[in-house]
Design a protein around this ligand. Sequence first.
Ligand code: OGA
Ligand code: NI
Length: 360
Amino acid sequence: MNLDLKISNKMKSFQLANESSPLSVTPNNFILPESKRPNHSEVKSLDSIPIIDLSYSHDNNPPSLEVIHKISKACEEFGFFQVVNHGVPEQVCHKMMKAITNLFELPSEERESLYSTDHTKSVRFLNYYLKVEGGEKIKCWSECFSHPWYPIDDTISLLPEKIRTQYREAFTEYAKEIGSLVRRLLGLISIGLGLEEDCLLKKLGEQPRQRAQANFYPPCPDPELTMGLTEHTDLNALTVLLQSEVSGLQVNKDGKWISVPFVPNAFVINLADQIQVLSNGRYKSVLHRAVTNNVSQRVSMAMFYGPSVDNTVGPIQVLIDEEHPPKYRNYRFSEFLEEFFKQEGRRRMVKEAFELPNEN
Ligand code: OGA
Ligand code: NI
């Protein structure tokens, strides 16, 4: 495994909000069965996902065909890419990362008051897990803080006073910037699919489901036995991820795992399940996971942009023809969410439930 690590001085052990003692050894309920461990499957470190320069956008020029082509190719081949020169000020990202780090440095009792296993709670700390054979739950070596983009004050009011102002300021600025970046990316992706520039944005609707998830991965004494986040695809349409200097994200490419290195001032962009469906399977929502390491803590911020809950999602009409019959049936996004939450720790992949039978 090629982990590009930076030595951190924060090796003090971390206590998850729902655990009774600090994580200085690896408890059994975090140890994955052999077949689910990170090294079980080969990790390729030579090539990684494409890095795409978006600098055209600074001077309001129309995107070059080259950028559109690169994005389209990345979407077809990887479902993932990184963007640089995206126009989001470095300071805004830095403040966001600092605010998240402070959040997870709160005493575990303070985080525990917001910890919940109930997915209907819109603001919560949570701990993902994998349900293995026999129904046993194996926890992920991470803690997440999940909340909506708007209205941010509903999230803020639940946070302890000492970090409220900082989180509100950091997130408000950050969300605005990421909102514009997402709209720009959806435009580029639409053009790449041969659609009108505003096609995907319109399809996703006027009240997109927008959620933020801060992920915190403490150092783990036994990274080969645990996982920060087990393999999954994202259920929304497009995800924008900001990661700290420590790498850990891996993306599945043709059955092999490739590491996503930390690139300064870059965002990792990934297509999620709804774009796979909207593009009638041309663009894939790819499996990814986060591994742990025994040296440094890692933080990341995932911004999920999805359809309006009441919107109907299905393959876009112009992408359907005789050669490309519809692969999915139309559904309401609320139906998809319902199916997703039924999974309960087993497989975070539900697209298959909406697949149409292949008639050829
Ligand atoms: C996620 C995710 C990866 C990471 O939050 O869905 O895949 O590197 N995160 O934190
Ligand atoms: Ni993800």
